[in-house]
Design a protein around this ligand. Structure first.
Ligand SMILES: [Zn+2]
Length: 281
């Protein structure tokens, strides 16, 4: 599942290719992905000029003069970017959407499991759109800080891991980066959310920003490499401190892992959490 850093990396790849161009062809090869395409999807986009490629949580928002294309990559969606002069690969079975741009560049969305979606909203209605309106603050924006996080965790009885994965608390922190942020902040994933206040909330907000920024930085170089091959969206050469590393020593472990058994794995809300019980309290 692409998480926020992967989506942000795709956004950074799309922005220079799409901004300022118009849609010269819009092809949808099915009626639906996770939800049906709007009936007037093609007619509203065709000929429209793209002003900005933005992101809100894990949604890409492609703004034209009148509309916003809301685009979620789903579980396994891939975006391929063909610059002017690149040879466009023959249409594959799962290449469901193709945008041809006035520059001659081509953007293809491949989504084998069809958990992705595309919808349209008028620009003035985007903030009230059902997929967007309840999303909490952007973790990388100025509106996210220790005090804001603390206020959103107050009175919450769920575990801190589940609370930060809830998009109402903060946008776009998925399973992997939730584990990584809690490790960096030194907080146990099992701790009740309401106990994360004051300095702890400050540390956690900083950890979330830092881990997401580090992953985005790692992704930038990956995207460049990918664009020459297939421009696909993949996981980065980003080394996780705890995620997927049960039984190993954490990066700054000073314990004897033969007696502590190293990084632990636990199930929370049906998802795997990884943590160091020595460093995280
Ligand atoms: Zn450790």
């Amino acid at each position: 599942m692409p998480e926020l850093p992967e989506v942000e990396t795709v956004r950074r790849g799309l922005a220079p290719v799409m901004e300022g161009e118009t849609f010269s062809s819009v092809q949808i090869r099915r009626k639906n992905l996770r939800i049906p395409f709007p009936k007037d999807f093609v007619s509203r986009l065709l000929g429209a000029r793209i002003l900005h490629v933005k992101r809100r949580s894990k949604y890409l928002l492609i703004e034209t003069e009148t509309d916003v294309l809301i685009w979620h990559l789903g579980m396994s969606g891939q975006v391929r970017i063909y610059k002017v002069g690149d040879t466009v690969a023959p249409v594959g079975k799962h290449d469901h959407v193709q945008f041809d741009l006035s520059s001659g560049a081509v953007v293809v969305f491949t989504d084998p499991r069809r958990f992705g979606l595309m919808d349209l909203a008028l620009r003035e209605d985007i903030a009230a759109h059902r997929l967007i309106k309840d999303i909490g603050p952007e973790p990388l924006g100025n509106a996210f800080s220790g005090p804001i996080l603390a206020a959103r965790l107050k009175n919450r009885q769920v575990s801190i891991k589940q609370a930060i994965m809830d998009a109402h608390t903060v946008a776009g922190v998925g399973n992997i980066y939730a584990s990584e942020s809690l490790y960096r902040a030194g907080l146990s994933p099992k701790r009740k959310a309401y106990t994360v206040q004051g300095r702890r909330a400050e540390k956690l907000a900083t950890a979330i920003k830092n881990v997401l920024n580090a992953a985005i930085d790692a992704g930038g170089s990956t995207l460049k490499d990918h664009r020459t091959t297939d421009g696909g969206l993949g996981y980065f050469q980003f080394s996780f401190a705890v995620y997927g590393r049960a039984g190993e020593a954490c990066p700054d472990c000073d314990c004897d892992i033969y007696s502590t058994f190293g990084i632990s794995r636990l199930e929370q809300g049906g998802r795997s959490t990884y943590y160091c019980s020595r460093k995280q309290r």
